[in-house]
Design a protein around this ligand. Structure first.
Ligand code: IMP
Ligand code: MG
Length: 186
């Protein structure tokens, strides 16, 4: 995608769905949730790149119990607008996760197929426990049964950008979550 100007880039943001302030508030709750469960336990926060990089950076700073942080990258293959569940791990964890309580820090659960596959792969490695914290959840779109242990925001079925989430690799740097306006360009 090529934009002629910042004005054109910004014009495709239909509206702000979740503001910076709302995100900050929920991050505090999520930090407390992790603190309350994992004090005194070896915990590894695992973010799935790229979408969850902003969420991980902000969430980690709300966590006060000792924790390690790591990243994985996965490529989900799409069939039209839906992920297929065919997932390739393009960057794996270095740790032996059998020594950790693992918390997956995810950007969004849509059909659930990507995370379903990833969880299956990670369970085989026998972590001490395995939980999921997601920034966003679109339950209306779910195809496989999957529930996060903590979801910060539940949204209806529209395409969102910002705060790490992209459209065509753009918009990840917006500090808020917005709806992408398909009428302005695809
Ligand atoms: P799932 O396998 O259908 O749950 O899709 C998960 C992945 O699709 C997410 O990790 C995102 O990368 C992408 N995705 C799904 N919905 C959105 C959206 O509204 N905005 C941006 N990316 C999305
Ligand atoms: Mg993702």
């Amino acid at each position: 995608m090529i934009f002629d100007s910042k004005e054109e880039y910004m014009s495709r943001i239909r509206r702000v769905v979740i503001s910076e302030e709302e995100i900050k508030q929920k991050l505090k709750e999520a930090g407390k949730f992790i603190d309350s469960i994992y004090d005194g336990k070896p915990v590894l926060l695992v973010s799935i790149l790229k979408g969850a990089f902003v969420f991980m950076a902000d969430l980690a700073r709300e966590v006060t119990v000792p924790c390690e942080i790591s990243f994985m990258a996965a490529k989900s293959y799409f069939e039209g607008t839906e992920s297929s569940g065919n997932v390739e791990i393009t960057m794996d964890l270095k740790q032996d996760i059998s020594k950790y309580h693992v918390v997956i820090v995810e950007d969004i659960i849509d059909t659930g197929r990507t995370l379903h596959t990833l969880l299956k792969i990670l369970k085989v490695r026998e972590p001490l426990s395995l939980h999921v914290v997601t920034l966003l959840d679109k339950p209306d779109r779910r195809v496989v049964e999957l529930k996060a242990d903590l979801s910060l925001f539940t949204i209806p079925d529209y395409f969102v950008i910002g705060y790490g989430l992209d459209y065509g690799e753009y918009y990840r740097s917006l500090p808020y979550i917005a709806e992408y306006d398909y009428e302005k360009g695809e």
